[in-house]
Write a protein that binds this ligand. Structure first.
Ligand SMILES: [Zn+2]
Length: 338
């Protein structure tokens, strides 16, 4: 399958518009010489060990959940491991694609996988994604504006992306524009009677966004949740900070998750137990003293299981089994409990 077609299908799995504005997602490395993609390797982090594995298993595309290029590279030499990876990819004709926060936000993504730790539950999104509105403002003109459609259109000709809506029956015309063009639009319409200007709110997209909140449908103890997390991740040990009045048999009525470093999403959430990858000592204390039990898996351990449990079967399906989809065996969290 052509790389272009592979990327098109990957963008259907999760729209890159869902990613944080600060993020660096999508196709990050594209070899100059075109070749077919026959094998994709999934990894949480693209380390040099995973790079060796990619070459050994002859993969043509690496899907790295975390973007291996985040801060700008000023050179591509063999001095730094990130530069070496880019150089090796280009030399071997291997492409790199990273979805990162688009997979956190998408319905059925990393956080929907992680929230499974609370068992069968009513799940909602903590910070919903919003639909990007093309037009953010509406300028309503008086119905008595004695201007023809053509005259109004001529006034707006120099305002980019402004849209005049006016029926032939002569009902009140209005102009749609975005925030950055609002002042220019008002200037262009200065000779018209403006009735009012309204601002549209972004519309939340149900089921999409950062973090998940769960109300379990059956009785779950903290021990049940810990057990399920271990089964989901294959981890022998996780870090548990019990809230001051909790023990392992306490019932979890409300749970919340945010994979990776979840503090900004989980702060202030009304839950008995939260699950994330990592958090500082003082943040953990703040939660436990405020009656919230904290379960930490290490950063990438809270994300990695999604690759084999959800993404691998999904990609096999969207590539119609024409591409081999493998999960890295070298990829692992750098921290381990010894
Ligand atoms: Zn992460």
């Amino acid at each position: 399958m052509d790389l272009k077609e592979v990327v098109r299908r990957l963008n259907i799995v999760a729209s890159l518009n869902l990613a944080g504005s600060w993020d660096n997602v999508g196709l990050l490395v594209e070899p100059y010489t075109k070749k077919k993609v026959n094998k994709v390797l999934l990894t949480n982090d693209l380390t040099e060990q995973v790079m060796d594995e990619t070459v050994n298993v002859k993969a043509d595309l690496i899907l790295s959940y975390h973007p291996p290029i985040f801060q700008a590279l000023k050179r591509v030499t063999s001095d730094h491991w990130k530069e070496r990876i880019v150089a090796r990819c280009l030399e071997a004709g291997i492409a790199v694609y990273s979805p990162h926060t688009a997979y956190d936000a998408v319905k059925g993504g990393v956080n929907d996988w992680l929230v499974g730790a609370f068992g069968d539950a009513e799940v909602t999104v903590i910070q919903p994604s919003t639909e990007l509105l093309v037009y953010t403002h509406m300028i309503m003109l008086s119905a008595t504006t004695e201007q023809t459609k053509e005259q109004l259109q001529a006034k707006l000709i120099c305002v980019p992306d402004a849209k005049l809506v006016m029926s032939d029956s002569g009902s009140a015309p209005y102009v749609l524009c975005c925030k950055k063009n609002l002042a220019e639009c008002i200037r262009a319409l200065s000779s018209c009677d403006v009735e009012f200007i309204s601002k549209s709110e972004s519309v939340p997209i149900t089921g999409y966004g950062m973090g998940r909140f769960a109300v379990p449908n059956s009785q779950q103890t903290i021990a049940d949740v810990v057990q399920r997390v271990k089964a989901m991740t294959g981890l022998g040990h996780v870090r548990l900070a019990l809230a001051k009045q909790h023990n392992l048999n306490s019932i979890v009525c409300k749970g919340a998750v945010c994979a990776g470093s979840g503090l900004s999403v989980l702060k202030g959430v009304d839950a008995d137990m939260i699950i994330s990858g990592e958090m500082s000592h003082h943040d953990v204390l703040e939660f436990t003293q405020c009656s919230v039990t904290v379960l930490l898996l290490e950063h990438s351990n809270s994300e990695r299981g999604f690759l084999s449990a959800v993404l691998q079967p999904k990609l096999k399906e969207i590539f119609e089994n024409k591409i081999t989809v493998a999960v890295s065996e070298e990829d692992k969290d750098p921290l381990q409990i010894v």
